[in-house]
Design a protein around this ligand. Structure first.
Ligand code: BT5
Length: 235
């Protein structure tokens, strides 16, 4: 996979969305710092001494939302020693705190032109702003030692390359991998669905990666792009 490196950039996702036409499938952009790091829904991604990268996908883009789960499965494998869990659809948690966020974006004209998978992993950061103190952690905070970011990126993109190849052939087992490390399983959640606030208990993942939630005795399946989780708690 071709890797483009920046010391500083506005956002690795934005770069790929602007330049995708001239870049090949599976181009990776990595930056040491982002001046406008993005989360979902206009939110901000804060970085310090972290791994920030995006992967361009131009082939196999019929089901864009698959990619947030495919990359999450790759991250589960690569970060396996830290006991990570996936908080569907786009966070990786360790010890109940967010260590990584995934931002999936698509460029669509008449049809989908490309998908950009953005990943921010808190690697060597040891202090977070007050609003993140209780909800964020870093690999260094868990391991008590500095982590080599280049080696980590290498491991992730090698693994992604393999899993992407399997995904294109319908041979990837990313959903069962996520099911085994599923942060939301049996948790009570409140969420917005079709403009309404709802509550329910998470039962698991469907065969196509939708979240199965039991609400008032009925099981409903939630598609990641159509639902916002508001709160998650154990009961
Ligand atoms: C995400 O959004 O978690 C997706 C983050 C994706 C960041 C990568 S970095 C490379 C690529 N280029 C970009 O511009 N973005 C991608 P969301 O689920 O909306 O979560 C955002 C929320 O997480 C914020 O509102 C904060 O509450 C929290 N947050 C911000 N920075 C954080 C951090 N470093 N660690 C943990 N939580 C953070």
């Amino acid at each position: 996979m071709n890797v483009i490196r920046f010391k500083e950039i506005n956002s690795t996702n934005t770069f790929l969305k602007e330049k995708y036409k001239s870049l090949e499938n599976l181009t990776v952009v990595v930056a040491e710092h982002q001046t406008m790091g993005k989360g979902r829904l206009g939110r901000t991604w804060i970085d310090n001494d972290d791994l920030l990268f995006s992967i361009l996908i131009k082939e196999g883009i019929e089901n864009p939302t698959d990619y947030s789960l495919l990359i999450a499965s790759v991250l589960l494998d690569v970060l396996g020693n830290y006991n990570p869990e996936v908080k569907w659809p786009n966070d990786i948690m360790i010890d109940e705190k967010k260590v990584c966020g995934i931002l999936l974006e698509a460029v669509s004209l008449e049809k989908t032109e490309c998908i950009v998978i953005g990943v921010g992993i808190n690697v060597n950061t040891t202090s977070f702003p007050n609003n993140l103190l209780i909800k964020a952690t870093s690999l260094k905070q868990i391991a008590n030692q500095d982590i080599n970011k280049d080696m980590l990126l290498n491991d992730i993109i090698k693994r992604f390359d393999i899993e992407y190849g399997k995904y294109l052939k319908n041979e990837s087992n990313y959903l069962s991998n996520i099911t085994k490390h599923f942060f939301l399983k049996n948790k009570e959640v409140t969420f917005y669905y079709q403009g309404k606030k709802c509550e329910g208990k998470v039962k698991g993942l469907s065969n196509s990666g939708e979240l199965i939630v039991e609400c008032n005795g009925n099981k409903i399946q939630l598609i990641s792009g159509e639902v916002t989780l508001e709160s998650v708690y154990n009961k």
